[in-house]
Ligand binder design. Sequence first.
Ligand code: SAM
Ligand code: SF4
Length: 358
Amino acid sequence: MNFFSANLNKILAGKSLGQPGLETLLGARGEQIRDLFAAANRVRRSGVRDAVHLRAIIEYSNYCRKNCLYCGLRRDNKTLPRYRLALADILDAAGRAASLGYRTVVLQSGEDPYYSAADIARLVEQIKDRQDLAVTLSLGEYSRETYRTWREAGADRYLLKQETSDPVLFKYLKPDGSLQNRLQCLHWLKELGYQTGSGNMVGLPGQTSATLAGDIALMRELDVEMAGIGPFLPHQDTPLRSAAPGKLETTLVTLAVARLCLPRAHLPATTSLGTLTPEGYKLALGCGANVIMPNLTPAEVRHKYMIYPQKADIRDDPVKAKKNIEMLLASLARPLAADYGHAPECCRRDTLAGAPTN
Ligand code: SAM
Ligand code: SF4
């Protein structure tokens, strides 16, 4: 048996692979890729079943205090027209998501302290009071106290991608912060009982297969409940404008290896993959993904949330987009989940008194 098959069999037998084993799987070629995707699909089915969960994303502000080299929302991008939604408009968008049958809203934004911790807490409370929705926040790095306030207000989940596990690459790409602080935030989120998501970008300049293996090992060590894995896409108004985009095959292989290491996590077919190729969602659902995140940001501002160009969901009408997803899932014989899509282990981690129960 060759080295690749030996490592694949080892992980399928429930054993943990170290860095060399993960790198071998990430180096899959030709028929090995077919075997890897088939294995990831089987592990996805036994870990999280066939149903696909939809999370409606509302991008409520494109102001950001940070200057990440890869992102179109970075503070030095003066060409981007900025917007902030009023709290009432965010509530309306959440109401729209609920009326379309979504069970989760994801509130995402640049790091924008214009909204106080109390504002966001009130918003979460009002969404939970008015709608039968789980709430995921994806707002960036804040203090433990702030995360606690939002958790006590009822937020169920938090998405904070590590982006890369290489501390030197991290510092280069995110000059305002450090990997250490990002990881500290992820630990606080877990302690506070959030279902916690991390993730990475594939194809970042300076990334190697060893970095990708480290990214997956880190997500396994953090025992994340969600992992967003998508290609890096260059934006013309950032310092990385001339960098090559992440490759489709490398992204799918990384997703498949992540699925083997995180059998019970929720893994989205990311919008960036759907932007890289129109087949992106379908391909991701075939090698480990079980979540799609349709865009419910009001149409008037959606094109301004330009983290990278030609974002796949920029013009989607919410009603049509949902129908398209339903058709895609029907063609793949994958049912649409009807529940909130909480992480299977979430109840064990609800450490706060009065933690949300839905
Ligand atoms: N500001 C928060 C943060 O950074 O965690 C949340 C919003 S941020 C726009 C959401 C995600 O967008 C990041 O985690 C990053 O992975 C992704 N992103 C930003 N620029 C990107 C690019 N050029 N290509 C692919 N993904 C990108
Ligand atoms: Fe801001 Fe997030 Fe973009 Fe970085 S990735 S510039 S923190 S919005």
